[in-house]
Design a protein. Structure first.
Length: 285
């Protein structure tokens, strides 16, 4: 399933949990790992902003070299050493490299060169605000937090095609031997139905959305999967269910939510979930 995994590590944020989870998945799926340590260009650009009028261009350039040298040492002596500990002892093949640039741009460039089945990365609120990957890439993105246990919360709704998420959730739960909890949310803030091609309908009455949701529940029950049908705000219901279940992983699909409270436009639903949720998330586009 996840034969090729890309693991980007930002120079602004590093957690061993990412490497530990990568090793766990790679062992299960016999994966190849590409580990990239990204020296964020915004760190280098700060030297220009912080410099005063008395510093020469040569002095600024030397400061940037010092920062790069320091970050490279961090990559070699900490991150890559940890990678060897987690991967080599399990005979997991991996490649490592250091590069400079903007986090999202580097990852998009890497994914254009090679077919990856998964991007697995850590999360840090201040850094994540600049990450555009959640809306721009078609590759599943796993954001690792300090989640424990052996359960999955799979979220479907009237705002998503609900094709990849159920299939992936069922496969993962079986392969990892994790309990599967599935949720179908009828989002009353944005009362449209998204079809299997990701196209939004016109506004629909709640009874029609519930009818579609019930059909989904019955289809899953035929596969032996229990689904809870609920109404409310997608993000609020998801976060509430997560607190009740404490899952190891929450799987969310291509939700096309456009409206929030009072019908106001909403942007970056996935980013909002990532910022508010303390559990690991797998976004499937």
């Amino acid at each position: 399933m996840f034969k090729n995994i890309l693991v980007p590590i930002s120079s602004e944020y590093y957690s061993k949990d990412v490497l530990e989870r990568t090793a766990f998945l790679a062992e299960k799926f016999k994966s190849n790992i590409n580990l990239i340590y990204i020296i964020e260009e915004k760190v280098l650009n700060q030297t220009d902003k912080l410099s005063n009028g008395f510093r020469t261009s040569d002095e600024i350039a030397e400061t940037k070299k010092d920062i790069i040298r320091e970050k490279r040492l961090t990559a070699d002596n900490i991150v890559f050493d940890d990678a060897k500990y987690f991967f080599k002892r399990k005979n997991i093949p991996f490649k490592e490299k250091i590069t400079e640039g903007e986090f999202s741009n580097i990852i998009k460039r890497e994914t254009s060169k090679k077919d990856y089945n998964l991007i697995l990365m850590g999360f840090e609120k201040e850094c994540f605000l600049n990450y555009r990957l959640l809306d721009e890439l078609d590759i599943p993105i796993w954001i690792q937090s300090k989640s424990e246990g052996k359960s999955i919360l799979s979220v479907c709704s009237n705002l998503a095609p609900n094709v990849k998420v159920p299939d992936l959730s069922i496969k993962l739960s079986k392969l990892l031997n994790w309990d599967l909890n599935m949720l179908y949310v009828v989002d009353i803030e944005d009362s449209v139905q998204v079809d299997k091609n990701g196209k939004r309908s016109d506004k629909k009455p709640e009874r029609d959305l519930l009818f579609t949701g019930q059909n989904f529940v019955e289809e899953m029950e035929k596969k032996g999967i229990n689904v809870k049908l609920v109404t409310g705000s997608l993000e609020k219901v998801t976060l509430k269910a997560a607190e009740e279940i404490s899952p190891n992983l929450i799987i969310v699909g291509r939700e096309q939510k456009k409206k929030g409270i009072l019908g106001l436009p909403i942007k970056h639903l996935k980013r909002k979930l990532a910022e508010k949720c303390k559990y690991s998330l797998l976004f499937v586009n």
